[in-house]
Design a protein around this ligand. Structure first.
Ligand code: TXA
Ligand code: MG
Length: 346
């Protein structure tokens, strides 16, 4: 593993922003990896068409090469560069791309040979999206090449939604982190596959995220990703059961009755909105209670804070993190999916 001095460049003043963008583009042109903000989570980016650069992503993250990467495009016009769109789905795809790009929707499509096999882990499909983050867009537009970018965390760990979280994960492993503050959504993009169907297309959700089944249903019959253990051979090899795992054991409750504290153990609570009437606050003498949505229980607010709260609770050194269940609709679907994965020890 190479060792670097990792620079964190701010973007909160226009001249600083331009400097940070220029530096990111310079490094990417040299075949280096750079941590960049997106509207979902921070990504660790490299030129997607340069296999040697992409290999550095896997090295920095200690990511196994069977786990494919998302390819980010500068705009939907670059789609034909990397993907072969099957004619049966092209009308639906076009409408969805018009509606959701730039934004947190990733689509699996048959790949073109120009995409290195390392990017797709040898799969015949490539995952593509267009990020709406203005800084990411500046970098990718100036570079003129698609960017492969997984979340900027070490493999299996909690996704970063701030530059300091990236630093905690990858300090010394990369040259640059571009700091653009907190991510707007806080959860990774929704990943879908469009399957031909009649009279409607099928929209298969491979990974739940900010674009919800409700948002997608106008474009086809939505089929939800399985909630049970996803094995490595299925459509989303990276959706491993043990993903998003804090180092501290995490238990997801179904109801307050499920929890009986053990003598001498220290527990922290991940609470939805911190209301006594929900029945979790008084279950024990919590070492710490952190709320996902202190603003009264709103799922988008909870999503923005989700990985931040998980990371903060993980730092406490308690024996166990106890998580309240969330409403399983909207962005609650993605958070529950992540809590289930985080609670599994496999
Ligand atoms: O919001 C996001 O999607 C963020 C930002 C940085 O864009 N990226 C992200 O990438 O979450 P990553 O690598 O952490 O998660 C991508 C997921 C993995 O589970 C991977 O297995 C899956 O997408 N994936 C990528 N290409 C695939 C393919 N061709 N077929 C099936 N799954 C694929
Ligand atoms: Mg990830």
């Amino acid at each position: 593993m190479s060792s670097y001095v990792t620079a964190v460049l701010p973007t909160d003043q226009p001249p600083l922003m331009h400097q940070a963008v220029d530096e990111a583009v310079r490094l990417l042109r040299e075949g280096e990896v750079v941590a960049l903000p997106t509207e979902t989570v921070y990504g660790l980016a490299a030129n997607a068409l340069d296999a040697a650069a992409v290999a550095k992503i896997f090295e920095a993250k200690e990511r196994p090469s069977f786990d494919p990467l998302i390819v980010h495009l500068a705009s939907k016009d670059q789609l034909d560069l990397v993907a072969d769109v099957p004619p049966e789905i092209s009308a639906t795809l076009k409408k969805m791309v018009e509606r959701f790009w730039p934004g947190p929707l990733t689509i699996l499509l048959p790949k073109k040979p120009i995409v290195p096999d390392l990017v797709t882990a040898g799969l015949p499909t490539v995952a593509v999206r267009v990020s709406s983050n203005p800084i990411f867009r500046r970098v990718i537009t100036a570079l003129g090449k698609p960017l492969a970018a997984p979340s900027a965390n070490r493999f299996g760990s909690i996704s970063p939604t701030s530059a300091s979280a990236v630093q905690a994960e990858l300090d010394g492993r990369i040259h640059l982190i571009v700091d653009a503050g907190a991510c707007m959504f806080g959860l990774e993009s929704t990943i879908i596959k469009i399957e031909p169907g009649s009279p409607k297309m099928f929209i298969d959700i491979v990974r739940p995220g900010p674009i919800t089944p409700e948002d997608l249903k106008a474009y086809g019959k939505v089929r939800q990703a399985t909630r049970t253990v996803v094995d490595e051979a299925t459509a989303a090899p990276g959706q491993l059961a043990s993903h998003y795992a804090p180092k501290t054991p995490l238990r997801l409750l179904e109801s307050p009755d499920d929890f009986i504290p053990e003598e001498g153990k220290r527990y922290a609570l991940m609470s939805y909105r911190g209301e006594e009437k929900d029945g979790y606050l008084n279950l024990c003498d919590w070492e710490e209670v952190m709320m996902l949505s202190p603003g009264n229980g709103k799922l988008p607010e909870a999503a923005v804070r989700f990985f931040y709260v998980l990371r903060a609770l993980d730092k406490l050194g308690v024996d166990e993190i106890i998580a309240e269940p969330l409403h399983e609709h909207g962005m609650g679907i993605a958070m529950m999916d992540k809590l289930r994965r985080a609670s599994r020890r496999v």
